[in-house]
Ligand binder design. Structure first.
Ligand SMILES: C[S@@+](CC[C@H](N)C(=O)[O-])C[C@H]1O[C@@H](n2cnc3c(N)ncnc32)[C@H](O)[C@@H]1O
Length: 453
């Protein structure tokens, strides 16, 4: 299936004989034409998007919407692969999209009829069924509109990544969109041809590097499970070996998370030990965590507590919460831990009576980070420590909040760091450990700082 996909990518490519500007113009015209055409038909096709996981269970995903104007090209594509019955075109599309797209017969048969009426496909009756094949006109039509389907195949013509890679794959897609926004914005801001040339050179270098990585010519440097490049990873690992070795319970927690299909986004052992050191420094007896996942960081935190200490960890996902409880049980810290299920912003107000907390660890949805910080200050005492993970993000978490119009990645972290560095109630620093942790010590609270938005 891979070779097939590659073949299609090549075939679907832009007409090579054209100059770049001509190709762009050509593409623009085609899009316009395609748009008008699909509006004329006034149809949008909705197909359910379902995936079969490794255990053979069907999961529903987002719906793949395909305009009928587009379906005709996908059907022509199916027939380029060889003559087929109507039903076989459906199966072919389902197979080529790895189960993401299977149009209904009610949409496919009328479209095949239309294509036949237009002379783009030929029908032959055999065994009381029509076998369709691409006509010469159909072949030309398909080639002339190759770029219509290109985006569809880019999105759907690749295998669905295994659960452990889905998150990273999403990050890659986000990064691509970020890059596009940044370049588009940059192009409109650049004043001279020289700068544009420099920009193109950067893009060219990146493309070459990516190609090298994909073909295996370049060895990936310091790959890591987080979002941003992490220089000095070997050093981190060496420190972890010395200061923060994992035991069976911690290793099993990571394993359990993987088995249950949870994303691999827990903190590193080094971060776990840092949390423990900070908990010891403020003599923590009560710890609050926002974002539990499978309980990995929770175990590190719980182990820093005295026997009568308490860790409350907040988790939105019931399935994650069950894994966390199991992890805590296995690590024998269930006596001092509790998982509270629900959106953290709803649970936090219920904790006012149970505070103050000596250490608060924030590691959940990034957009809400500024609100979590406000709540953390409210639930803290002077001398409490507030730690937030994923705050540096290779630099994306630093800088001004306004940058978010260019680069949306790191928006929550940027706002968080701005608050943490300027709030008079806090004494803070961001550390470049893993994807960055911002550590703040709560000082004497001011009225303004303890108000909750
Ligand atoms: C990065 S993971 C936490 C990793 C964990 N601290 C560790 O290092 O082992 C983030 C977790 O926050 C949870 N989460 C996301 N949004 C949330 C919300 N609004 N309230 C509570 N939990 C949330 C997610 O379900 C996920 O399990």
């Amino acid at each position: 299936m891979h070779e097939n996909t590659e073949h299609h990518e090549e075939h679907r490519g832009r007409p090579h004989h054209m100059e770049r500007s001509e190709r762009r113009e050509h593409r623009k015209e085609r899009r316009q034409h395609h748009h008008e055409e699909s509006e004329e038909r006034g149809h949008r096709h909705h197909a359910s998007w379902h995936l079969t996981d490794e255990d053979g269970h069907q999961r529903r995903g987002r719906r793949e919407r395909v305009e009928r104007g587009m379906l005709r090209y996908l059907l022509l594509d199916a027939l380029r692969d060889g003559p087929k019955h109507g039903y076989e075109t459906i199966r072919w599309l389902e197979e080529q999209t790895y189960g993401r797209y299977a149009p209904s017969p009610g949409t496919v048969y009328p479209t095949l009829q239309l294509l036949e009426d237009q002379g783009l496909i030929l029908a032959q009756r055999a065994d009381e069924k029509n076998i369709y094949q691409l006509s010469e006109a159909g072949q030309k039509e398909l080639e002339a509109h190759a770029d219509f389907t290109q985006e569809f195949w880019q999105r759907n013509g690749r295998p669905v990544p295994p659960p452990a890679m889905q998150l990273e794959t999403e990050f890659v897609n986000e990064d691509l969109q970020d890059l596009q926004r940044t370049v588009e914005k940059g192009v409109s801001m650049l004043k001279d041809q020289q700068s544009l040339l420099a920009l193109r050179q950067v893009l060219e270098r990146s493309k070459n590097e990516i190609r090298g990585l994909l073909t295996g010519d370049t060895v990936p440097q310091q790959p890591h499970p987080g979002r941003s490049q992490r220089p000095g990873r070997e050093i981190e690992e060496a420190i972890a070996r010395l200061f923060a070795p994992e035991d069976d319970a911690l290793r099993q927690t990571t394993e359990r998370a993987r088995e249950q299909g949870l994303p691999s986004i827990q903190i590193s052992p080094l971060q776990g030990k840092l949390l423990q050191v900070l908990a010891k420094a403020c003599q923590a007896r009560k710890i609050l965590e926002i974002g539990a996942l499978a309980g990995y960081s929770g175990i590190w935190l719980a182990r820093s507590l005295p026997a009568d200490g308490r860790l409350i960890t907040l988790e939105i996902d019931e399935k994650h919460a069950n894994v966390v409880r199991e992890s805590f049980r296995q690590a024998q810290v269930e006596d001092r831990t509790e998982v509270r299920v629900g959106p953290a912003l709803e649970t936090l107000p219920q904790l006012v009576e149970e505070g103050p907390f000596d250490l608060i660890f924030i590691d959940a949805d990034k957009d809400a980070y500024p609100q979590y910080l406000t709540w953390a200050i409210r639930l803290a005492r002077p001398g409490s420590i507030i730690v937030a993970d994923n705050c540096v993000l290779g630099g994306d978490g630093l800088g001004s909040v306004q940058e978010s119009t260019v680069n949306q990645r790191g928006t929550g972290a940027r706002a968080y760091n701005q608050m943490a560095s300027s709030d008079p109630a806090l004494y803070s620093i961001a550390l470049p450990i893993s994807s960055g942790m911002t550590v703040a010590v709560v000082g004497a609270k001011t009225e303004a700082a303890s108000e909750t938005k």
